[in-house]
Design a binder for this molecule. Structure first.
Ligand code: ZN
Length: 158
């Protein structure tokens, strides 16, 4: 496993629609392991494959609660409800955050790293993270959804 370079806002790879993963391969397993390493190393709660330059429909999320690491391959949002507005950041936009309105509840269908179908329900931060990461797979960045502009944040060193 390895830490990969995180692509930043302005790079074309972040604007592309990602391709479905047809089956799990060793190469894709290695990618998922590297995405987890890269996400934890950078202190993020989520990472999408295009953020490490790979146009595949894979996201990793860990909001730091009992759920642990979520691996969502070919995620598809089935249901959303409610609304929340709060600060959001992105590993591809270091040192910045901005207010984004998202659903407060999200139900998503995906495959795990064994290509078993899973359904995940999330509220609050988890719902926000799922929406943010699924947007990356469509080439959408949160900066386009920000209300009131971006502001600087202190990077937390752990
Ligand atoms: Zn992001």
């Amino acid at each position: 496993m390895a830490i990969r370079k995180i692509r930043e806002l302005g790079e074309e790879v972040l604007t592309k629609r990602c391709k479905e993963v047809p089956k799990m391969t060793l190469r894709t397993k290695i990618l998922i392991g590297d995405m987890l390493d890269t996400m934890y190393d950078a202190g993020g709660v989520g990472l999408a494959a295009p953020q490490v330059g790979i146009l595949k429909r894979i996201v990793t999320i860990d909001i730091g609660d009992d759920t642990g690491a979520l691996i969502l391959v070919n995620p598809e949002i089935l249901e959303t409800s409610g609304e929340q507005t709060g600060d959001e950041g992105c590993l591809s936009v270091p040192g910045k955050a901005g207010a984004v309105t998202r659903p407060n509840y999200v139900k998503v269908k995906a495959f795990n790293e064994k290509m078993e179908e899973i359904v995940v329900e999330g509220e609050e931060l988890l719902a926000r993270a799922i929406c943010h990461e699924v947007d990356h797979l469509e080439g959408r960045m949160y900066v386009d959804l920000v209300e009131g502009g971006l502001h600087d944040v202190e990077m937390e060193e752990e």
